[in-house]
Design a protein around this ligand. Structure first.
Ligand code: HEC
Length: 398
C-alpha cells in the first residue's frame, strides 16, 4: 500500500480511536463516580433502589436514581446503552495496529537483530491479544474469583509475564503498545462478553415478568470495575511511543509495570474521595519514583565508559555517522520508501539541523538506543560511542 495512503488511514483511524476512547473512559469515570456518590434516598422511592444523587450541569439539575432491577411495568421506552464507545475504540485500535504495525514497516514491530520472520511476529502479536483475554477471563471464572486479593496478585503476575514476554519478542516501542492493546482487548471483551450480555439477560427476565436474577448485574459491576482500574495503565501505554526513555530502557518491562502500578493506585485514590488511603498514596508514589529512578540511570552498555572519556571527535566524523544511519529517514526527501516525509518532522541532514536536535539525538541514538528505528540502518555500538562523545563535547562548548 502506498505510504501516503497508510499515513492518511492511520491519521483518520487515530482521530476516531482517541475520540471513542475519550467517550468510553469518560463514561467509565462518570459511572464509577456516580456509583461512589450515591446517597440513601431522602424521599420514598419505588423499587430496588441502590441510591440517588443530584448533579448540576448544562444549565439544569439532574436527579439520578440507581435501581438494581426493574419491574416489567417500569420498563422505559428508551433505555440508553453504553457500548459503542468501547467497540469503536477497539475496532479503530485494531485498524491502527493493522495500518501502523502489521502493514507498516517491519522495523516498527521488530528490532533488526530479531530472527523471527515478519509473518510470525504478526501472528504472535494477534495471538497475544487473544491469549490475554482467555487467561484473564479464565482466572476470573475460576475459584480465585472468591478471593479478590489473590486474584489481583495472580493477574498482576500474569501481566508481568506478558510484558516481559512481549518486550523480549518485539521492538521495545511495539511491545509497550501491544501490552496496551492486550489490556484494551480484555476491557472491550468484558463489555461484549460479560457486561452487556448480563444486562440483556436481566432485561429479558424483566420483560418476561420472571423473577430477576441480579447476579449478572453484580458480575457486570465487578468487570466494569476491573476495566475502570485498567484505564490509566492502558492510557499510558498508548501514549508511550513518546516516551523512549521508558520503553527503550534495558529493564523497560519493569518500568512499565511500575508505572502501571502507580496508575492503578492513582485511580484508587481518585475514587476513594472521602477516605484518602495513605497506603495507596504511598505505594503509588513509591512505584512512580522507582520508575523515575530506574530510567535516570545511565544507559547500560559500552557507550557510557567511552562517552565519559569524551575522546575528541571531529565534526565530519559525527556528520558522516548521522548521514549513514539516520538521513535515509530524517531528511527533506527520505530515501526510505516508507516515509514520504521525515518522521516526526525531524531532519538531520545538515550540521545545523543536527546541532539543533542534539539533545533528542543523544536521547534516542546514544542513551536509549531507540533510533534508528528497529536499528534498520545497522548502527553499531562503536558509532553510538563516537556520536555520543561528539555530543558531549558539543554540550560542553555551549
Ligand atoms: C527507518 C527510519 C528511521 C531511521 C533510519 C532513523 N529514524 Fe528517527 N524516527 C523514525 C520514526 C518513525 C520516528 C517517529 C517515531 C518515534 O519517535 O519513535 C523517529 C523519530 C525520531 C526523533 C524524534 C522523536 C524524539 O524522541 O525526539 C529523533 C530525535 C530521531 N528519530 C533521531 C534519529 C537518529 C539520531 C537517527 C540515526 C541514528 C534516526 N532517528 C534514524 C524513523 C527513523
Amino acid at each position: 500500500m502506498p505510504p501516503l495512503l497508510l499515513e492518511w488511514l492511520s491519521a483518520i483511524a487515530r482521530w476516531i480511536h482517541v475520540l471513542a476512547a475519550i467517550l468510553w473512559i469518560g463514561d467509565s469515570f462518570l459511572f464509577m463516580w456516580m456509583d461512589s456518590s450515591l446517597e440513601p434516598p431522602r424521599k420514598p422511592r419505588q423499587g430496588a433502589v441502590a441510591g440517588e444523587l443530584w448533579m448540576v450541569h448544562s444549565g439544569g439539575f439532574y436527579e439520578v436514581v440507581k435501581r438494581r432491577s426493574l419491574r416489567p411495568e417500569e420498563m422505559p421506552p428508551n433505555l440508553h446503552w453504553f457500548k459503542w464507545q468501547a467497540y469503536t475504540t477497539w475496532i479503530s485500535g485494531v485498524f491502527l495496529l493493522l495500518v501502523v504495525y502489521w502493514l507498516g514497516d517491519r522495523a516498527l514491530l521488530l528490532e533488526s537483530g530479531s530472527r523471527l520472520p515478519y509473518g510470525a511476529a504478526v501472528a504472535v502479536s494477534i495471538g497475544a491479544l487473544l491469549a490475554g483475554w482467555v487467561v484473564y477471563d479464565a482466572a476470573c471464572r475460576s475459584p480465585l474469583a472468591r478471593r479478590p486479593a489473590l486474584l489481583a496478585i495472580v493477574l498482576s503476575l500474569a501481566l508481568a509475564a506478558a510484558v516481559f514476554g512481549l518486550t523480549s519478542v518485539f521492538g521495545a516501542r511495539a511491545a509497550w503498545l501491544l501490552t496496551g492493546s492486550m489490556l484494551g482487548t480484555i476491557m472491550v471483551s468484558n463489555v461484549a462478553h460479560v457486561i452487556i450480555p448480563g444486562q440483556r439477560k436481566m432485561l429479558a427476565q424483566t420483560r418476561a415478568g420472571e423473577p430477576v436474577d441480579t447476579a449478572p448485574g453484580v458480575l457486570a459491576k465487578r468487570r466494569s470495575t476491573h476495566n475502570h482500574y485498567l484505564t490509566l495503565p492502558v492510557l499510558f501505554m498508548m501514549l508511550s511511543q513518546h516516551f523512549p526513555s521508558g520503553y527503550g530502557h534495558p529493564l523497560g518491562w519493569l518500568v512499565l509495570l511500575l508505572i502501571s502500578g502507580a496508575g492503578v493506585a492513582l485511580k484508587y485514590v481518585m475514587n476513594a474521595r472521602t477516605r484518602s488511603d495513605w497506603r495507596a498514596v504511598t505505594a503509588g508514589s513509591i512505584a512512580l519514583i522507582a520508575a523515575i529512578v530506574l530510567t535516570a540511570r545511565p544507559g547500560v552498555g559500552p557507550a557510557s565508559a567511552s562517552v565519559a572519556l569524551a575522546i575528541p571527535v571531529p565534526d565530519e566524523q559525527a556528520f558522516a555517522i548521522v548521514e549513514r544511519r539516520c538521513t535515509t529517514c530524517h531528511s527533506d526527501h527520505p530515501s526510505n520508501p516508507s516515509f514520504p516525509e521525515a518522521p516526526s518532522g525531524v531532519k538531520l541532514d545538515t550540521p545545523e539541523r543536527l546541532r539543533a536536535m542534539s539533545t533528542r539525538v543523544w536521547v534516542r541514538a546514544v542513551e536509549t538506543r531507540t533510533m534508528p528505528l528497529g536499528n534498520l540502518t545497522g548502527m553499531s555500538d562503536a558509532e553510538r560511542d563516537t556520536l555520543g562523545a561528539w555530543l558531549v563535547a558539543l554540550r560542553r562548548t555551549h
